[in-house]
Design a protein around this ligand. Structure first.
Ligand code: ADP
Ligand code: TPW
Ligand code: MG
Length: 581
């Protein structure tokens, strides 16, 4: 290798050997060879030229205002495409800004690669105070699925290949790729460079379930009196849409979609038990989990919301063997990729499958209809100022009319209520705060979704949630993306009505500037701003935005008293019971 490899100082020597390449070009060539076309990042030392050259070589390089948002765009690109999304950052602070998104991607099982430039190893390791000095590899390691560093240009091909395979194979997740500044200007013979690149073959190999696991699961399912299917975002990610739909319909079993699995089957599907969720969880006897973990979002599979102790038996499909028995016993684990597992279940069900007992179906249907009637009444209330339901009723209709639009959603009340109110009709159209309930995914997800799919994006944002990534509306305007942001402005976090109990002049910790006009921010960058105080105004503004495809921000004025603390998860919010005299 030493013969092929040159550093910058030996460029002259290398030139005598014919056509040359360098670290910059090898990184770009390695990504392109593997079908990666988009990079999300923030430029600066040492990766400014990498972004510039990548753009020059025909990649789409989207520059953000903050790395966390670039990272979130890359993560959601990974979820939507099953290809790792690429985030590119500068050393130390830029890397750290991107790291939150990498950790979040890993937590959510989204494949992404954070590629970060880093400072000189010799100086970093001796802690001699380099520009943006930091041992980035060590810091990234516990927060992602795998972390690699490339020191020689000739190893870039293999490094990128390892990163891609690690991100998408098995349980998908975030990968860190550390590229020290010196690597980029290392020069080597172009032909040897080409030969060093690796096109990853079968990056996410199918993982077939054992026939005995399928038989065990079907046995359990066949004898169930009150079966239930839960679809999680792993099922949405798997892109096995048709087989999943066939499995649900052939089995006749009611199903519940987790938040980002909404639309895998339309929420209006007769078998959806979404509107009878509590009862379905509590009263079911056999539960089939498809790409959904029994974490806090499902109350760990036990406790009050799951009914009597011992009343449940679980079948779980997951690609990660360690997920089985994570919280409760799994009676029938099926380890494999969802596409292969669901196909095997379908095959094992044979030509006919007994319908679940009618009393179970009827009980859920009765509850569902009663709940839908209640919700309908709330949505139709033409309140002024608008409350969450009135405003969400408008957006619900708009998504029904435009089912191919992508809905991005974050906030507390704005999130929890939108999840229940807005029906989804197509797979992978609802993108939200995911496993961590993290604020700040909004504009990054909106940009990533618009860039990857070309579809219109409707981002429904709490006013606090929006603030975490709000500066990216400049990015949305700069790339002229079809994104309509609706800020649910209730003057604060949860509500805008809290008071400072000390009587001091600072406002309460959850309260923002009263009656702020977020729409003016969009106008500052040449986008369209609108203020909506009634359902009619809101509808008109969103329809205009979706029709035009122009970057738009609508400030939706919501009653500051309408929300509740922590939205639907107030039970997780510890509150002091001590009264100070
Ligand atoms: P939700 O939040 O919607 O309940 P989770 O993120 O908790 O979903 O669960 C997703 C699960 O899906 C993870 O355990 C992950 O290992 C699994 N998963 C992701 N992709 C696949 C796949 N292609 N095949 C099987 N399991 C998958
Ligand atoms: C990275 C804590 C959860 S929800 C929320 C915060 C700050 C904002 C709720 O206010 P919003 O919604 O968006 O105005 P609404 O409709 O109820 O008024 N930091 C991070 N993640 C989380 N989850 C928080 C803080 C939080
Ligand atoms: Mg708010």
């Amino acid at each position: 290798m030493s013969a092929m490899l040159q550093d910058t100082n030996s460029t002259v020597a290398a030139e005598t050997e014919g056509e040359l390449t360098d670290g910059f070009h090898l990184v770009i060539d390695a990504l392109k060879l593997n079908g990666i076309t988009n990079i999300y990042g923030v430029p600066g030392i040492p990766i400014t030229d990498l972004g510039r050259l990548a753009q020059g070589e025909g990649m789409r390089v989207i520059s953000f205002r903050h790395e966390q948002n670039a990272g979130n765009a890359a993560a959601i690109a990974g979820f939507l495409t099953k290809q790792p999304g690429i985030c590119l950052t500068v050393s130390a602070p830029g890397f750290l800004n991107g790291l939150t998104a990498l950790a979040n991607a890993t937590t959510n099982c989204f494949p992404m690669i954070l590629i970060s430039g880093s400072s000189e190893r010799e100086i970093v390791d001796l802690q001699q105070g380099d520009y943006e000095e930091m041992d980035q590899l060590a810091i990234a390691k516990p927060l992602c699925k795998a972390a690699f560093r490339v020191l020689h240009a000739a190893d870039i091909g293999i490094g990128v290949a390892r990163a891609i395979r690690a991100a998408v194979s098995g349980r998908p997740g975030g990968v860190y790729l550390d590229l020290p500044a010196k690597l980029f200007s290392q020069v080597m013979d172009a032909e040897a460079g080409r030969q060093s690149l690796v096109k990853v073959i079968d990056a996410a190999p199918a993982q077939l379930p054992a026939p005995s696991a399928i038989a065990r699961a079907l046995d359990l399912l066949k004898n169930a009196k009150r079966p239930l299917i839960i679809l999680g975002k792993g099922a949405a990610y798997a892109q096995a849409d048709e087989d999943i739909r066939n499995f649900v319909e052939k089995s006749g079993i009611p199903y519940l979609p987790m938040s980002m699995a909404k639309g895998l089957l339309p929420d209006t599907h007769p078998q959806s038990a979404g509107a009878a969720r509590s009862q379905a969880l509590k009263d079911s006897d056999v539960v089939v989990l498809i790409g959904a973990r029994l974490n806090w979002l499902l109350s760990h599979g036990k406790g009050k919301s799951w009914g009597e102790p011992g009343s449940k038996q679980f079948i779980q499909i997951d690609i990660e063997p360690k997920e089985m028995d994570s919280n409760v016993e799994i009676k029938a684990p099926i380890v494999g990729d969802i596409g292969s597992c669901v196909a095997a279940l379908l095959a094992g069900m044979g030509a006919s499958w007994p319908a679940p007992p009618a009393d179970w179906i009827n009980a859920l249907e009765t509850r569902k209809q009663a709940n839908l009637v209640k919700m309908d009444a709330r949505l139709k209330k033409n309140s002024s100022p608008m409350d969450f339901h009135t405003a969400l009723g408008v957006l619900r209709t708009i998504i029904k009319e435009r089912p191919d639009a992508i809905l991005v959603n974050e906030g507390a009340n704005t999130l929890d209520l939108a999840r229940g109110v807005i029906d989804m009709y197509q797979p992978r159209k609802r993108l939200d705060v995911g496993t961590w309930g993290v604020m700040g995914i909004g504009m990054g997800f909106a940009v990533g979704a618009a860039v990857e799919t070309g579809k219109p994006v409707l981002a429904v944002e709490g006013d606090s949630a929006f603030g975490f990534s709000g500066m990216e509306i400049e990015t949305i305007c700069r790339y002229n993306l079809p994104v309509c942001v609706v800020v649910f402005n209730n003057n604060g976090i949860y509500r805008g009505t809290d008071v400072n109990t000390s009587g001091g002049s600072d406002v309460a910790t959850t309260v923002f500037v009263t009656d702020a006009r977020y729409d003016k921010m969009m106008e500052a960058f040449g986008g369209i701003g609108a203020n909506a105080t009634t359902p009619d105004e809101l509808r008109a503004a969103v329809v205009a935005a979706m029709d035009s495809g122009k970057p738009t921000l609508i400030n939706a004025v919501i009653d500051p008293a309408a929300g509740s603390e922590s939205g639907n998860i107030g039970s997780l919010n510890p509150q002091s019971v001590v009264k100070k005299k």
